[in-house]
Design a protein around this ligand. Sequence first.
Ligand SMILES: [Zn+2]
Length: 312
Amino acid sequence: MPKPPPPPLTIGVDIGGTHVRLLLVADDGQVVNRAHLPAIAGDPTEVVRPVSVQVNRWRGAYPHIFRLGVACAGWVDADGRRVHQSPNLGWHDVRLADLLETLCRLPVRVENDVNAALLGEHAAGAALGQRNCVAVFLGTGVGGGVITDGHLMRGAKGAAAEVGHHVLDPNGPLCTCGRHGCWEAYSGGAGMVNRAREAIAAGEKSSLASLPAVTTAEIMAAATAGDALAKRIWGEACRRSIQGMVNLAVLFDPEVMVVGGGVVAANPTLLACIKDGMDQEPPFAGLTDVHLVPAALGDDAAALGVALTTGV
Ligand SMILES: [Zn+2]
C-alpha cells in the first residue's frame, strides 16, 4: 500500500519592529519548526530577503509547505496584499505579498499583526471555539481586533477595529494619531511615559524625575512603591481600560474578551482591575456574561494566527 502523503504545512511570519519570527505549522496548530531573525529597519526588500532564505530552506526540507501568511505591524489592505503604512517599520505603500511571492514561489497573504494575534487566539488560544470575541493588546500602544459571527472585521480599507484610537475624552491628552483622549493616550506604554514626562517637566515632584529615562515598567514599580504621580498615571490607565473594554462589550456583545500585551504581562494586576471595574457596571445588554481572559499564545500568537488562517 502506498504511504499516505505527509500533512500540508503553512509558514507564519511575524515581522515586527524588534523581531522577525517564523513558525512552520501543521493544520492542527502543531508548531513543527521555528526560526527567529533579527529585525532590519528600512528597505522592505532587505527585510524580506532573509525571510525568503529561511522559507526556501524549509521548503527544501519539508516538501508539503503550500502557503505563507505574514503578520505585519501597520495598516494592511483588506485584500491582504499591500501594507499602506507601517510607522514601526518605516514603510509606505509596500506590496509585501507580491515581493514575497516572487522570492518564495508560494501564495502569500498579509494581515495586520494585531488582527493576526486575534486570529491565533481564536484558532488555538484563549478564544478557541467562540463566534464573537474581542482582543485588546496593551503594549506601547493599545491594539485590538474583533471577530463577530465567526468573521474577522477588516473594514472597507482594512482599517477596522483600531480600538486604541476610540476617543474616551475629547479634552484628554494628545494622541499619536493627532486627536485627543484616545484610549491609547491613557493606557498605552508610550502614552503613560509621555504623561509622566510632561508632569515632571511642569515641576511635579516624583521619584521618576531622577531616572535618566522613564519606562512603563518604572511607572508601574513607582506606583507600587507609592509615588503619587506614578499612582495617578497607572490608576488612570486602569480606569480608562475599564471604560474602553466596557464600550467594546456594549458595541460587539462578545462571549469572550482576550486581554494581552506587554503591559499586562509585566503587571497582571491590570487584568484584575479591568475585571473588577467591568463587574461593577450595570448588567446592560452586551455587558452581561462576558468572560475576560488573558491571552494564551504569547509572542507566537500573530505568526500562528496567519499560519492557521491564511488560506481561508
Ligand atoms: Zn489616537
